[in-house]
Structure formats: C-alpha cells, structure tokens
Write a protein that binds this ligand. Structure first.
Ligand SMILES: Nc1ncnc2c1ncn2[C@@H]1O[C@H](COP(=O)(O)OP(=O)(O)O)[C@@H](O)[C@H]1O
Ligand SMILES: [Mg+2]
Length: 291
C-alpha cells in the first residue's frame, strides 16, 4: 500500500474521478446500473473493459481531433494507483475546461426519440421521414445536443440554435464556432466508429460525447468514449426494426430483474457471469483482442 490515500473529487454512479494536478485520473468501477439503479452485484472486469474500450476509440479517432487520454498504465500515475483495484480500469487524462453541452448523436430511432417521433414525427425538433419503424436506421445520423442538468435533474434537449446561444453565454464571441465544431466532430466521430463497429457485428444506435478546451483554447474530446454506458450497443446479428432491440451488455440483467420483481437489486451468480461474458464479448468483437 502507498502512504498517501487519495480521495476521489467526484464519485459518480459508476466512475470515480481523482484530481492529479494538471491531469485527472478517471477510474471506471465494476458497478453496474440498470433502470437507473446501482445493482448490489459488481460485474468483475467491467471497469477494465470500459476503460480499454475508450482507449481503443480514442486511438482510432485521433486523426479527427485530439482527445484527453494521456495513459492507461498505472505506472505513469502516482503511487497510490499502483494497486490491483486500479490496474486496467484507470485513465490519466488532460484536465479540460468542459464545454457545457452533451453532444448526442443518433443513427437509429429508439427510446425517447421513438416516443417523440410517434407523437409528432420529430426527434428533438428535427423532422424525420414518415413511416419509420421502431429501431429503424435513420437516413443520416442526427445531432441532438442537450444541456447538462444539475445533479438529480434530467438533461434538457436543446436545438442546434440554442446550443449556439448557450455556448455564447459562457464563451462570448465563440458560440457559433464552438457549436458548429461540436456538431461536426460529433457526426464525424459517430460515422467513423459506427461504420467500424458494424463491420465487427455491433450496431451503435446512438451515443454521447463530451468535449472541452485545452490550455490553448483548442477543442479536445473528453470523458468516456463509445462505451456501453454512454451509448446503445445492439448485436447486429438478429437486428430487426419494428420493435425494441436487446441491449448488448445489460440484456440478461434487465430481463432477470423484470422477471423477478422482488429482486432487491441483486442478481444471481449465473446472471452476473453471463453479463461479464457479454462485456468481454463486446470488447473482443470491437478490438479483435482478448482482454
Ligand atoms: N478531461 C476532462 N477534464 C475535466 N472534466 C472532465 C474531463 N472529462 C470528463 N470530465 C467531466 O468529468 C465528469 C465525469 O463525471 P461522471 O461520472 O460521468 O458523472 P456525470 O456525467 O453525471 O457528471 C463529467 O462532469 C465530465 O464532464
Ligand atoms: Mg457522465
């Protein structure tokens, strides 16, 4: 054990964030949330799978824009992190001044987007062609930004024009430039990665990116990237519009919880094992490597 014990500056449902001077250390734990509740079980290796997946996507897309990743090797981090529980699931990142917009992109129609389309034919104010079925692929991916809500509140969808105003308020004179860059980067990242994933048998139905500014004012990709926690992953095998699709990673857990309403948010070992297998499978399909 190291002498100094560090405390996270932020403890989210699934991730812990440590301040390391100029950098941050983001630790993905093995916790899992279903229906917005943290289950009592942990999913062994889930944190490592998610961190290594982000790392893979950051490497794949560094030609589009720079990202915040510095290292996933604990030997590059302070001694406190030289513990088994941080090995593989920690990422040292450049500290950014985060832009206050959640950059959501949707390539398929599902979830709240599907509900909204059924009501009035639009998703976040964007009119879509008639006759789409649930889970259909959209003719082109759409950018549907939202503002980050205070803890406990729901994020609020905003139009592209509102994202300009929102950014302009925080960064006078820069609203239009930042808003258009965020939109263009978001679409470019999604297209490249969704095409790649589809070849490997995984549909990325939608996802969310977060960007920030570095010390020179350049836009840098931050946060986690294209993990099953920030995205909807569906198996391409068996994909069929007209109904909802199984989630790649949480399907066994969700199905079991629904079938066992008196579950107390605890999964049986067998479901935990199956869920672990799904995370490992997603990682292997996407990267072509064993963890
Ligand atoms: N490179 C970075 N520099 C500073 N903050 C970052 C960076 N990358 C991500 N963040 C921020 O760190 C936080 C991660 O917290 P998270 O556990 O995802 O909870 P939540 O999204 O609910 O705030 C987010 O507020 C995110 O915007
Ligand atoms: Mg987050």
């Amino acid at each position: 054990m190291s002498e100094t014990t560090l405390k996270p500056i932020k403890e989210g449902k699934v991730r812990e964030i440590y301040d390391n001077g100029d950098s941050l250390i983001m630790v993905a734990t093995d916790r899992i949330s279903c229906f917005d509740v943290i289950l009592k079980n942990t999913i062994r290796k889930k944190g490592t799978v998610l961190t290594q997946m982000s790392r893979f996507w950051f490497d794949l897309t560094s030609d589009i824009l720079p990202n915040h990743m510095i290292s996933t090797d604990v030997n590059d981090m302070p001694e406190f992190f030289h513990q088994e529980r941080f090995d593989g699931n920690s990422m040292m990142c450049r500290k950014l001044n985060m832009l206050p917009v959640e950059c959501i992109v949707r390539g398929y129609i599902t979830g709240s987007g599907w509900a909204s389309y059924q009501k009035d034919g639009t998703v976040c104010g964007i009119r879509l062609p008639e006759g789409l079925k649930e889970s259909d692929k959209l003719p082109e991916p759409i950018y549907t930004p939202s503002t980050k809500a205070e803890i406990g509140d729901h994020d609020e969808n905003i139009s592209y024009e509102q994202s300009i105003e929102h950014l302009e308020k925080c960064f006078p004179g820069k609203g239009e430039e930042y808003a258009s860059k965020l939109r263009d980067y978001t679409i470019a990242l999604y297209k490249k990665c969704a095409d790649y994933a589809l070849e490997k048998g995984i549909i990325i139905a939608d996802t969310k990116f977060e960007f920030g500014l570095d010390e020179n004012g350049n836009i840098v990709l931050g946060d986690e990237m294209l993990t099953p926690d920030s995205s909807r992953f569906w198996p391409a095998d068996g994909y069929e519009p007209g109904h909802s699709q199984p989630s790649f990673d949480k399907q066994f857990a969700r199905d079991w919880l629904k079938a066992n309403p008196d579950n107390d948010w605890t999964l049986p070992d067998e479901i935990v094992e199956k869920t672990i297998e799904k995370y490992l499978q997603a990682y292997e399909m996407l990267t072509g490597k064993k963890l």
